[in-house]
Ligand binder design. Structure first.
Ligand SMILES: [Zn+2]
Length: 433
């Protein structure tokens, strides 16, 4: 049954082809939305009333993580309470057994970096849809002879291990294991396709350069964290094969790179409203038609995306992205001379650091009261490299109106196993305007 469902969705997605005109896409999204409202939202106690009187999308309330978790019991269509879901999820994490289901749905726990932990429910049909979508978008059809895929994950949720078919052999690697052990297992497996977080891809590439692992993947897939330019270049220098970026979170499979290397929003599975921060940066608000057990309606994400202005040569009319800038929570905030709030986007900081000097392998800049720069070096002198970066940041931030800046520099990056690595992090609360 499950495989049939995958094939059904795969056919549906393939037949649909590429959307080239926004008007055609808008009509398609409208049809999908109406269907979703009728079939799914009318079964959700939280949305029932609005769905039954056929309210327009803009009449539905905006949602965010806190409100979503607070209304968990009312939003989901399976009558599952937050308490029972949490119990199943925590048990799965502790036992590292992710098979138990609750009313036909698997329960996952998202890595909450900002307070509330997210709980998500996924049914078998949703899993089949997800699988078909990933196969269709990420794995090129010409690669469809038996391929070995190495998938690095935080936890083995059923969502991912279901991608097992005649043409694909999936092996799951738990990122909580020590990297040396993972490298040994990966070398034994010899994957054709390697899918992992950018920090893991980098660690594998480092292993390859150091000679501790030798693999020849044909395709690399990066997901879960933002892939920055420095990591991208290093990974691609080590493995000269296509590197596909998947932008995905527990709220959905949101975007993926096309054959031209441009990242496009998956606008055939969700409506993306855009909350603009300036002329090209926006925060996406998503309504996902593929979720039925836990509907995602007008859900505001935490990420800042940067729109690409020129159309992509691939012909798709799906919104093209210049890049994913990172979490809104990581925008650095300072107080200016007149008490005004100055916001600095993480991406600008990354570019200043990249331009300032060479000789470092990785860095992390944290705003913890003062700025703290953690540096991992290739060879050069720590004092010299950190002084150059520090000076460049001072100049840049002063131009933006930030005075009295203090930066402390530390050698080495503090990493916690399994943690998402963000280059720029804000650890202090935002100042209210
Ligand atoms: Zn494209």
């Amino acid at each position: 049954m499950f495989k049939l469902k995958i094939i059904y969705f795969l056919l549906q997605y393939t037949l649909r082809g590429t959307f080239r005109q926004r008007e055609v896409l808008a009509r398609f999204q409208q049809r999908k939305w109406q269907r979703f409202r009728k079939k799914v939202l009318s079964n959700s106690p939280f949305y029932q009333e609005l769905a039954q009187r056929e309210a327009d999308l803009e009449d539905f309330p905006l949602m965010n993580k806190t409100a979503f978790m607070a209304n968990f019991d009312q939003i989901n269509t399976l009558g599952i309470t937050r308490e029972e879901a949490m119990q199943v999820a925590l048990h799965a994490e502790v036992e590292r057994d992710f098979s138990p289901e609750l009313k036909g749905a698997t329960v996952g726990l998202s890595t909450g970096t900002s307070g509330t932990r997210g709980l998500f429910l996924v049914s078998a049909t949703e899993r089949a849809q997800w699988t078909a979508m990933v196969l269709r978008r990420v794995v090129p059809i010409k690669l469809f002879k038996r391929q070995k895929v190495a998938f690095f994950l935080r936890a083995n949720s059923n969502l991912y291990s279901s991608v097992q078919s005649a043409s694909l052999e999936f092996r799951f690697f738990d990122i909580f294991q020590p990297i040396e052990k993972l490298l040994r297992e990966l070398a034994d497996f010899q994957p054709h396709i390697l899918a992992a977080q950018p920090s893991i891809l980098s660690a594998i590439a480092e292993g390859q350069v150091a000679g501790s692992i030798k693999i020849q993947p044909k395709l690399l897939i990066s997901f879960a964290e933002v892939l920055n330019d420095a990591d991208k270049q290093f990974i691609q220098k080590t493995y000269a094969v296509p590197l596909c970026e998947v932008y995905q979170c527990t709220e959905g499979f949101l975007a993926v790179t096309c054959a031209h290397g441009t990242m496009h929003l998956n606008e055939d599975i969700a409506i993306f409203e855009k909350k603009y921060l300036d002329e090209s940066r926006f925060i996406p608000i998503i309504t996902d038609f593929t979720r039925s057990s836990q509907p995602i309606v007008r859900y505001e994400l935490n990420d800042v995306l940067v729109e690409k202005k020129e159309p992509c040569p691939c012909g798709s009319c799906f919104t093209a992205l210049e890049r994913i800038e990172g979490r809104e929570d990581d925008i650095l905030v300072f107080t200016g001379a007149d008490g005004e709030m100055i916001k600095i986007f993480p991406d600008l900081i990354c570019r200043v650091i990249a331009r300032s000097t060479e000789g470092f392998r990785a860095y992390r800049l944290r705003q913890v009261g003062a700025l703290e720069l953690q540096l991992e070096l290739e060879s050069e002198d720590f004092q010299v490299v950190s002084a150059k970066i520090s000076a460049a940041l001072h100049v840049f931030l002063q131009e933006k109106g930030v005075n009295n800046l203090s930066i402390t520099c530390k050698q080495g990056i503090e990493r916690r196993t399994g943690e998402k690595l963000r280059r720029v992090e804000r650890k202090i609360p935002a100042i209210d305007n």
